[in-house]
Design a protein around this ligand. Sequence first.
Ligand SMILES: [Zn+2]
Ligand SMILES: [Zn+2]
Length: 209
Amino acid sequence: MTRMQPGLRINLPGTREEDCFGWTYESVSDVKTELAAQEYLQALLRQRRFDIDRLLQVPDGIEDQRWLYEHMRQICIEMGLYVAQIHKECTEQTCPSMQANGQPFYCAAHGRPRTCSAVGYAVHTLDYTMRHLSSALPDGGTGDAAQKHFQSMMRRLYRIFAHAYFHHREFFERQEAASGLFARFVRLGRKHALLPESQLIIPDLPTTA
Ligand SMILES: [Zn+2]
Ligand SMILES: [Zn+2]
């Protein structure tokens, strides 16, 4: 027996785990909170995590750029968990400098870009990106300056996946099968012209093309 009640969006005590967050939203305006877009995206992800077309489809009543921003923020949250997991096998000892497939990458999260361990790069870059996403974006997040800003965030975040792919392949594949995070990331980047094809060093997966 489910204890979910129609229209009531809380998990009542005693709700079975698989019934938690079982409600659906009809549209964004249906979500009566200040974090409407974020909640809407998270509800969609709980239900249709692998339906990337649907996830990227901009909901009625939301600006394109706003939806991009919500996806970026959500991706960062999920990448935080990703990095915590990879840290079990990717350490300062195993991967003392950030690289992917022989290509070294400087960590730009410092006053002056420098070499960091792979996991250091991941943590610093995510932290840096989250801070920038939480502060005001150039042009209110819409113009050319914002586009450049998003491009550089995506490029740096992409390298974290690239390191995982080339140096921790089993981890990469396991994570991707469970979350579809990388596919969502690439498809989002392509949709908004934020990831130049020349920089995509991970071969396309069936889910990213
Ligand atoms: Zn590593
Ligand atoms: Zn660093």
